[in-house]
Design a protein. Sequence first.
Length: 318
Amino acid sequence: MSPPKVSVITPAYNGAPYIAQCIESVQAQTLDDWEMIIVDDASTDETVQVVQPYLADPRIRLLRNERNMGAGYTRNRALDAAQGEWIAVLDADDWYAPQRLERLLAFAQRTEADMVADLQVYVTEWGSVYTVGWATYAKPPRHPRPYTVEECIRAHLSIQPVIRRAFLQQHGIRYVESIRKSQDYAFYIEILLTGARFALLPEPMYYYRVHPHTVTTRYDPIAENRKSFEYLMQLPETTPLQRRLLQRAFRRIVMFSLYPAFARAVKRGQIGQAWRIFRQSPGVLGWLLMSIPAALYRRLFDREKMIDPWRESPQNPN
């Protein structure tokens, strides 16, 4: 029996409310030459029981960690079990559009890329869509295009890609298990730093569920991102330019993480607290100053409505 075209790897931890939709989205793919490897990270809910009936499909396998090991270990275990030519990442609380694998693999073959991705649709737990994109600081392109690693660092890519498994094996790239949050970012950037060709197909086919129970909310974003960026900066493939871009990207993450507390401290007159945050991330002051015009406009607009509440009313005869 020949290996499948693509291996879908799915780490799962307490995903019982969502994982059925995840699995069924893979079963609904227009490309049927796939395997799905689900690794349960010692869930304390009914995740395993929900998965069991789907194991009647011989393309689906379930592995179980004896104790909770974290997403990095769990994803590596799935990688070790994978046999496909391509690796497709799918978290247990997310799902695919039906044509996703077929479209991305055809795109990868056409562009001769080692890693390809599409746009992510962010969907709240109550069903509303609030953004579609591929990176935190870059808009989706109008047409398919390749990206350099420097462009991806500047944009802070946020993707769930399809990756050529032979490239991972050739370069020995795995998830860093000591990083509990953002280890996927370190994994993808390392692939690019090692020389992978990356191309983006700007079609929204990956659905990312936003909910308050995600595993990553348990970890300190600054501390965990520091681990990711320090790991990437010490890689032998990382050039001085790339190292500077990574340092700048990390400072930006710190600034946005600390800004809400800084703005709160300034508003409440807590000068000591504001000063401590400023010393940790001076960029928060610039961001606060940039936000003042918009805040003044909102306050002025609200004040005008308080003075003349009938101004914009369609019932006002004047």
